[in-house]
Structures are given as structure tokens and as C-alpha cells.
Design a protein around this ligand. Structure first.
Ligand code: P6P
Length: 336
């Protein structure tokens, strides 16, 4: 019998049963994350009506001017998770330091890194945005978690997920047993399984990259994109299509549904920062999901999930999606 139509809660509980040693903590934590994302979906859809559009008069740790919703959605995530007893600490794109659990609440065995509203520059133009999260086990007893406890490779992730607040609100989830997509039925307030076992086609003729950076890219990326633009006149089997939404959650969801290659490679403008996208709460969770769906995720020179993190807000180059295309770009880096 198909699992389609199952609520995300039933799906998670049944997944938990397949791990006899599980305590239910992850199930509980995921339930709290789902509640936070439903609240964020509501706020995003009503932001124009309740005056949450536009910029706050503040900057985040990235030096980016914060949208009002950046701050509010960060608070929604923290307020929904700090009391649950499932977390030892949190890290957010919007906050410089790790977020400790207030002493009046019990600590748990997990760590979470999240971007509460990825792509928020799209809010005022009504394009898709989303929440991205990555869950790690807290090493040691984690009574006093520090930044060091978060410095775990992406391969150590227990769970990763993201939402897309778009024409439909979607939740994409992996706990290491494949990738499943859920659609929010706002009539009943439940995420319903609509996209079981999502798989990325190994081939694609659709690339996503911010072309305005073209003159700053390294030679391997220049070569690859030039071939895509030339299509059959440049030796490719097909002519390519291009997409760029400037919202990673929307790009990755498209790749999961029809294949594609999403690229934010290093370029000479951002080389000193190491890249544009953040490792702990963008590249790692999305790479876990992409690999679990049969795709590949690389910096161009190495597997993203194998990177040993050195800081919470560390940036990395990202090339992810359909296996055969990402591996072509990797080969071009090896030949460089
Ligand atoms: P650019 C959004 O700010 C983000 O972090 C990703 O979601 C998105 O893919 C990228 O940056 C967009 O970058 O340079 O096109 O604004």
C-alpha cells in the first residue's frame, strides 16, 4: 500500500520504529521543527498584510541587512525548540554565537544548525523562500556545549531537511534512509506525504548559476558553463536550459523533482570568504539530501560532506545535483 497521504508525524514515528534503539527524541524534535515551519509558513504568506515585509534596521553576522522576517523567523525557530529538552544547543545563520538552551529548560542530545529564512531577499518580490536545518548528535555529555561540539563533518548529520514556502509549502526530509517530500495541507494544518522516495535523474540539461559572476569564475567552471551555453554546437548531447531563483531551497527542490545542476562556485570576488553559501546550515544539509536522492555534491575539488568545519558561519563553494553533470565539473577541476 502506498505511503502517499501519510502525515509527516506518522511517517516519522514509523521511521523511528525501524531503529529499535531509538528513544523518540529525534521524533519529538522533528515534530517541534515541523510546528515552527508551519508558523513560519503562515507569517511568510501574510507578511504583506501584517506589515512584516521590508528591512529591519540591523545587520546579521554575515553583514547582510536583515529583513524583518529574518529576525522574526529566527525567533520562531528558537522559541519552538529551546524548551523541548531535545537539544543541547543551536546555531543560526542570523546569530553570531551558538545559542545556549536557557538553564530553566532541560538539555537534550542533539545539536541543530538552521537558516530560518533562506533566500529572504525574495520576500518583497514574492518568490519562494524556505527554512533549512541540519541535526547532529552532541558529542560527550554536552552539559556545556561549545562551538567545538558543532564542528562535525556533514557525514555526521542525523537528519537534514528544508521547507519551500512557495505556491505550496513543502517539507523535504532525510534521516539517512532516502528523501521524502511532504505538502502542507493548510485546511488541516498537516504536512502530507506527496513525494515518497525522491530520486534525482543522473543526467540533466538544466543548469542553475548566477551568470552575473561569470567573469570571476575559475577556469573549470568557465569551461563547463561555456559548453552548456553552446549545447549541441559545443559538443554537448543536448541544448541546455538555465534557471536562477536566488533561493537555494527553490533550486534544490527543482533539482529533486526534475534533475539539474545547482552551482555557487568560488569566484575571485568571494575567494577570501571561501565561497557564498554557508557550510553548516546550507551546503551540508542540502548535500545530505542530494546524496540521499542519488545526486552528487562537491566543492569542485572534494565532497562537501567530508569537509572538516572550522567555524559555524564558514562558507564553501557548492556544485550539486545530477550525478553525471556534477562529476563532469569535478573532472574539469582535476584537469585544471
Ligand atoms: P545571489 C540566498 O541569499 C542565498 O544564500 C541562496 O539561497 C541563494 O542560492 C544565493 O544566496 C543567491 O545568491 O548572489 O544570486 O544573490
Amino acid at each position: 500500500m502506498s505511503d502517499i497521504g501519510k502525515s509527516v508525524n506518522q511517517f516519522i514515528v514509523e521511521e523511528q520504529r525501524s531503529h529499535p534503539d531509538s528513544t523518540g527524541d529525534l521524533t519529538g524534535l522533528l515534530g517541534d521543527i515541523v510546528s515552527a515551519c508551519k508558523k513560519i509558513s503562515h507569517l511568510v504568506s501574510r507578511s504583506n498584510i501584517i506589515g512584516l515585509g521590508g528591512y529591519a534596521d540591523s545587520e546579521n553576522v554575515q553583514g547582510e541587512t536583515q529583513k524583518k522576517l529574518d529576525i522574526i523567523t529566527n525567533d520562531v525557530m528558537v522559541d519552538h525548540l529551546k524548551w523541548t529538552g531535545h537539544l543541547a544547543a543551536m546555531a543560526s545563520e542570523e546569530i553570531e554565537e551558538i545559542i545556549q538552551i536557557p538553564s530553566k529548560f532541560p538539555k537534550g542530545k542533539y545539536l541543530i544548525c538552521f537558516d530560518p529564512l533562506d533566500g529572504s531577499s525574495n520576500i518583497d518580490i514574492n518568490l519562494s523562500v524556505g527554512t533549512i536545518f541540519s541535526i547532529l548528535r552532541c558529542p560527550n555529555d554536552c552539559k556545556n556545549p561549545t562551538l567545538k561540539d558543532f564542528m562535525q563533518k556533514g557525514t555526521e548529520q542525523v537528519c537534514a531537511g528544508f521547507t519551500v514556502y512557495g505556491p505550496a509549502t513543502m517539507l523535504i526530509l532525510t534521516t539517512g534512509n532516502g528523501v521524502n517530500g511532504f505538502t502542507l495541507d493548510s485546511d488541516v494544518g498537516e504536512f502530507i506525504l506527496t513525494h515518497p522516495n525522491m530520486r534525482i535523474p543522473k543526467d540533466t540539461a538544466e543548469f542553475a548559476i548566477n551568470m552575473s559572476n561569470q567573469r570571476f569564475w575559475d577556469a573549470p567552471v568557465q569551461k563547463y558553463i561555456e559548453e552548456c551555453l553552446k549545447g549541441t554546437e559545443g559538443g554537448r548531447e543536448k541544448n541546455f536550459n538555465m534557471r536562477w531563483v536566488a533561493s537555494m531551497v527553490a533550486e534544490v527542490y527543482r533539482v529533486l523533482t526534475r534533475g539539474g545542476i545547482f552551482m555557487y562556485p568560488i569566484d575571485s570576488k568571494i575567494a577570501k570568504q571561501g565561497g557564498k553559501l554557508r557550510l553548516m546550515y546550507e551546503a551540508n544539509p542540502m548535500s545530505f539530501i542530494i546524496e540521499q536522492a542519488g545526486g552528487v555534491s562537491s566543492t569542485g575539488k572534494g565532497r562537501i560532506l567530508d569537509i572538516q568545519p572550522e567555524s559555524i558561519h564558514q562558507r564553501v563553494p557548492v556544485i550539486m545535483g545530477s550525478k553525471n553533470e556534477v562529476e563532469k565539473v569535478v573532472r574539469y577541476h582535476q584537469q585544471d
